[in-house]
Ligand binder design. Structure first.
Ligand code: CAA
Length: 300
């Protein structure tokens, strides 16, 4: 156990690409036992297959021994219910971008988990302060000692996709977050092998407040016929040495996720530069969500 973060067991809620990636780097680099829960068993099975594939690849490339891979995999267990996360020292929530859903989940966390457990959200843009307000026990004032203490253990811990590859974690304190929570979450992200930057709790934090207008502008230009899909992506990929062009990146992130983040940015700032493009809205209306379901700006 690392003294700095004091996390002996981690819980991860959400078995999608982010949740399984977080489970993997925690088991592999921070070397903590991870309990993973998703209400969809199918989703968890799919996520764990990817974990197995990535570990096998690292063994094949000589980055890990068979034993190290086996030990890392053995640290990840699946639990069938949220109650199964009861005894963890920290939980990271990685479900879809909905404030209503996240508030429900954090209220449940506060009822199930130990009062000293850190409650982290991997949200890409939703206010951590709003999420933290959901853990104040019923009947207590948010401004009273009990309410302030409950909310002080909530923090934003924003990983990037693909989690095993991207080197960054954004750390976002809510205005209620205690220094102890912040320091331990920072130490845990470092133990996962990540560099950490800190952002205030503003819509989109640093990363998505900068990235999403760029992606949205690219979609608007496609809509207006300024250039073709391939030329927009090629321009940014080759001209700026980005690993992916903005339209391919939007597909990679998920068009529903991009739209949800843009809506949060727009609603949170009323700034027209964050207004989602009509084409993005229509593609999500059509159920074209990008790489995850086979159709976005590209076919997969
Ligand atoms: N999970 C884990 N590892 C993956 C992966 C995945 N889904 N996809 C690719 N990789 C790994 C590969 O296994 C490979 O690893 P090795 O070097 O060990 O072999 C490595 O990434 C490179 O993969 P490829 O050679 O297959 O492909 P590539 O060179 O085209 O790289 C990429 C793929 C890493 C995804 C690269 O295109 C890239 O960096 N794209 C940009 C990703 C990005 O910007 N992510 C941030 C999105 S924003 C976000 O996440 C925040 C948010 O809130 C929305």
């Amino acid at each position: 156990m690392s003294i700095a973060h004091g996390i002996r067991t981690l819980g991860v809620l959400g078995g999608g690409q982010m949740g399984t990636g977080i489970a993997l780097v925690s088991a592999l680099h921070a070397k903590v036992p991870v309990l993973l829960h998703d209400r969809s068993k199918e989703q968890v099975v799919k996520g764990l297959l990817l974990v197995d594939k990535l570990l096998a690849k690292d063994v094949g490339k000589g980055r890990l021994t068979e034993l190290e891979a086996k030990e890392a995999r053995a640290r990840i267990s699946v639990v069938d219910s949220m109650e199964g996360l009861r005894d963890v020292d920290m939980v990271v929530e990685a479900v879809s971008e909905s404030l209503v859903l996240k508030r429900q989940i954090f209220t449940t966390f506060s009822q199930i988990l130990r009062p000293d457990a850190i409650l982290a959200s991997n949200t890409s843009s939703i206010s951590i302060t709003k999420i933290a307000a959901a853990v104040v026990p019923a009947g207590e004032s948010a401004a009273g000692e009990v309410g302030k203490k409950a909310a002080s253990r909530v923090v934003g811990l924003h990983f990037f996709n693909p989690v095993p590859v991207m080197k960054l974690v954004e750390l976002i304190p809510a205005i209620q977050t205690s220094d102890d929570t912040l320091n331990r979450a920072h130490a845990f992200a470092s133990a996962c092998g990540k560099e950490v930057t800190t952002s205030k709790d503003v819509p989109g934090f640093v990363a998505n407040a900068l990235l999403m207008p760029y992606i949205n502008e690219a979609i608007t230009w496609l809509e207006r016929g300024v250039a073709t899909r391939d030329d927009i992506d090629k321009t940014m990929k080759l001209g700026m040495a980005h690993p992916m062009g903005p339209l391919q990146l939007a597909d990679f992130i998920g068009l529903d996720t991009c739209l949800a983040i843009q809506q949060t940015l727009y609603e949170g700032t009323s700034d027209s530069k964050y207004r989602p493009s009509v084409l993005l809205e229509r593609m999500v209306d059509a159920g074209w969500l990008g790489k995850k379901n086979g159709k976005g700006f590209y076919e997969y």
